[in-house]
Design a protein around this ligand. Structure first.
Ligand code: ZN
Length: 192
């Protein structure tokens, strides 16, 4: 899937999690950092390709991207597996614990969960593509849904642009419309 579909799906998954498991009091800084972490998690697995935004925006990034791509086994490999989620999750927790003394008003536990939700949403979404996802690495078999490869979608093509992306958008609108009470509580009372 493309970056914008992953971004939208990560945000949708985060919104669904917040609605289903309403938060107690949460600081505005936590909300902002959590959304940022969620968006990073939503696109992070694709750093295994040199064309990823991270590499594009870094000086000499393409070179580093190619090196990174080769060192972790290529596209749709380690970063697209449960093992990758565990490694990213561990590293993110370390980074957040390190940063916590300078961002004391931020609930790093919630930020970490937002990051993980983005990460998992990426793998779920990629499972709908023809290439599939090696969920169970070191087992190299790639899994996808539906199981018949020909029925899955191709990244960046019309089905993603004109069907998948609008469907996620409609789910967002429906979810917000059906949870207006929870949204208002979150916006007016629970963000301090
Ligand atoms: Zn991916």
């Amino acid at each position: 899937m493309t970056g914008r579909t992953h971004d939208l799906a990560a945000l949708t998954a985060l919104g669904a999690a917040v609605m289903l498991e309403p938060l107690r009091t949460v600081t505005l800084s936590t909300v902002l950092v959590a959304v940022l972490a969620n968006q990073i998690g939503g696109i992070l697995p694709d750093i295994d390709q040199p064309t990823a935004p991270l590499w594009k925006n870094l000086p000499e990034g393409k070179w580093f991207g190619k090196l990174f791509d080769k060192s972790i086994g290529g596209h749709r490999f380690l970063t697209h597996s449960i093992l990758g989620i565990v490694i990213f999750g561990f590293l993110a927790r370390l980074l957040l614990s390190f940063l916590h003394p300078i961002i004391k008003s931020v609930n790093i536990g919630l930020v970490w969960w937002a990051f993980l939700i983005g990460l998992v949403s990426h793998l779920i979404l990629d499972s709908f593509t023809k290439e599939g996802v090696p969920w169970l690495l070191p087992l190299s078999k790639k899994f996808g849904f539906p199981p018949v490869k020909a029925w899955r979608i191709t990244t960046g093509k019309a089905v993603e642009t004109f069907i998948i992306f609008p469907i996620i958008l409609i789910v967002d609108i429906w979810f917000c419309a059906s949870h207006t009470k929870e949204l208002l509580i979150l916006i007016h009372q629970r963000i301090v």
